[in-house]
Design a protein around this ligand. Structure first.
Ligand code: 9D3
Length: 256
């Protein structure tokens, strides 16, 4: 995957390229990242990339020209790599909310151009002229699009072939897809009186599987019930969830 990112703060992206899974994936050439700073495409003695908003009001707005020239340079590079026309994604609070479906779709692309904004926003004409898709990472306020672009990159890179090891990308994952994780434990068996659930020490793999499924379903029902609407549970999962609910009811009646 070829990533071209347009940003006033290119060095922030070292957070992706230097560490962990995404750092190793870059070393292994699973993806390539090229950064474009609109400042380099800015005209005038001051190389301005922002100006005051027409109509007044607080803050500054990113100018069309340095952004457009950056995106065109990025497009040109991807075309020179024989990749065709890349999708241009603008990270924006006005965008569609990012989810795993969008991540998987974007991971199918040979290349992406990501645009991170700063200040109050970017000139709308840039979006109309150059942007294919606007994406938000959630309903909270960031200081700019860079962290959002890195979140998107991290999620996409994990989906690329050969990035996750066998254990991490196991078929188990897709089995539990759309549900929250079950609780995890490691040594010691007893931490200052807090025990590991005995079933996990039993060596009975069918029972362990069943317990984990029940916990995953139960927690999802408790914490994120809206996820169960789209998870399209199997008959077996519905039965296990009913077990969880009954146990919960029982535990509550015992404690009162
Ligand atoms: C006047 C109110 N603003 C928007 C709600 C101003 C504003 C806040 C934050 C303008 C730009 C930004 C910078 N944010 C992003 O560039 C951004 C973002 C975010 O803030 N939250 C979630 N996803 C994203 S993607 C890009």
């Amino acid at each position: 995957m070829q990533f071209d990112v347009v940003t006033l703060f290119p060095r922030m992206f070292e957070a992706v390229t230097r560490w962990g899974v995404t750092g190793r994936a870059e070393e292994a050439n699973r993806y390539n990242l090229v950064l474009w700073n609109p400042r380099e495409f800015a005209a005038g003695p001051h190389r301005s990339v922002d100006d005051r908003p027409y109509g007044g009001g607080p803050g500054m707005v990113m100018m069309v020209e340095p952004l457009e020239k950056s995106v065109q340079a990025a497009r040109q590079r991807q075309r020179s790599q024989g990749l065709g026309r890349p999708k241009v994604v603008f990270l924006s609070p006005q965008g569609r909310l990012l989810d795993h479906r969008i991540v998987r779709r974007l991971a199918q692309e040979p290349g992406l151009v990501l645009v991170a904004g700063r200040y109050e926003g970017v000139d709308e004409r840039f979006i109309e002229r150059e942007v294919d898709e606007e994406i938000s990472i959630g309903d909270y306020v960031l200081s700019g699009g860079e962290l959002a672009a890195m979140v998107l990159m991290d999620c996409v890179i994990r989906q690329l072939e050969g990035v996750l090891g066998h254990g991490e990308s196991a078929a188990q994952d897709s089995f539990f897809d759309g549900l929250l994780d079950w609780p995890h434990y490691t040594r010691p068996e007893n931490y200052r009186g807090a025990e590991v659930p005995p079933v996990l020490l039993s060596g009975n793999h069918r029972e362990i599987e069943h317990w984990r499924m029940k916990q995953a379903l139960g927690r999802t029902w408790r914490r994120r019930p809206e996820l169960l609407e789209t998870a399209s549970l199997t008959e077996a999962q519905l039965t296990v969830l009913e077990e969880f609910k009954k146990e919960q009811a029982l535990l509550r009646s015992k404690s009162s």
